[in-house]
Design a protein around this ligand. Structure first.
Ligand SMILES: Nc1nc2c(ncn2[C@@H]2O[C@H](COP(=O)(O)OP(=O)(O)O)[C@@H](O)[C@H]2O)c(=O)[nH]1
Ligand SMILES: [Mg+2]
Length: 149
């Protein structure tokens, strides 16, 4: 199984998705540091929001096989610059989270992730379980696409 690193703003759902992917009971836990699990590297949102701390994400991404840029479907803006994925040395996928929420706008979040350079974008709800299986299947599949542009 490929190892995935989750990158996105605080509250977009990285830790909850980590729990869902690992088949654990969902419980709130503020991420204070990078947590390296067997197949998931969960990172603090502040690392993606702060230019200085973002360097740590680059280093941790070398421990992963796949990089996931995550956006909540309720987000008003995207943190990710256009085509930022092109600079990565790993396949970069997008994950739209919290698609069960009433005010969800998954189409908009997905288009921002495509703009960031993610060719493959998953839509998930850690709460209902929708889309989780597809992410697991992707991680389980033999070959990740090796080019992001
Ligand atoms: N409705 C809904 N809420 C979610 C979902 N995933 C996470 N949340 C909630 O969003 C908040 C932030 O989640 P968390 O995983 O801690 O975000 P992180 O900061 O990216 O790790 C928590 O209150 C979660 O319960 C989801 O799929 N659906
Ligand atoms: Mg967290």
């Amino acid at each position: 199984m490929k190892k995935i690193i989750l990158i996105g703003r605080a509250e977009c759902g990285k830790t909850t998705l980590t729990q869902a992917l690992r088949g654990h009971k969902l419980q709130y836990h503020k991420t204070q540091a990078v947590n390296r699990h067997d197949v998931v590297i969960d990172t603090p949102g502040e690392y993606a929001e702060n230019r200085e701390l973002a360097r740590a994400l680059i280093l941790y991404s070398y421990e992963a096989d796949v990089i996931a840029l995550m956006l909540s479907s309720t987000e008003d803006y995207s943190l990710f610059s256009p085509n930022i994925a092109a600079g990565a040395t790993r396949p970069v996928i997008g994950i739209v989270t919290q698609i069960d929420r009433k005010n969800a706008r998954p189409d908009r979040a997905e288009s921002w992730l495509h703009l960031a350079g993610c060719k493959t974008v998953f839509r998930v709800s850690a709460f209902t379980g929708e889309g989780i299986e597809e992410v697991l299947e992707y991680l389980d599949a033999g070959q990740a696409d090796c080019c992001n542009v």
